[in-house]
Design a protein around this ligand. Structure first.
Ligand SMILES: [Cu+2]
Length: 117
């Protein structure tokens, strides 16, 4: 009985941590040079801080051979690019206004966000 309660409590702690406390590491970028690796179901880094009203370049390096990882979409910016395997691809972003801009792969398994401040 005690074991069951301990296990139950552990599960609850894990759920709370995952949904409320866990926050993906955030990376800032002042200008060019940041490489975002596409691998194992995640963009690394997946949260990228950018300065508002400044054109930027992001470099994506896709290491995942699955076809779904190939497409990179920024729906708010009307950008869709295909990423070659194991070769960096540069994405040019126009100056952006403050806000959050999602990006993802074709089926949205890979997800990331640009935080423009
Ligand atoms: Cu995908």
């Amino acid at each position: 009985m005690l074991m069951v309660n301990v296990a139950g409590a552990a599960v609850i702690v894990l759920i709370v941590w995952w949904f409320w406390l866990y926050k993906a590491k955030e990376v800032g970028q002042d200008n060019t040079g940041l490489v975002i690796v596409v691998e194992n179901g995640t963009y690394k880094p997946s949260r990228i801080r950018l300065n508002a009203n400044q054109a930027t370049e992001l470099h994506f390096l896709r290491k995942d051979a699955s076809p779904c990882a190939e497409m990179l979409l920024f729906p708010d910016l009307d950008i869709s690019e295909s990423l070659p395997l194991n070769k960096p691809r540069t994405i040019r972003l126009p100056p952006l206004t403050i806000g959050e801009y999602q990006f993802h792969c074709q089926m949205q398994m890979y997800r990331g966000v640009l935080k423009v401040e």
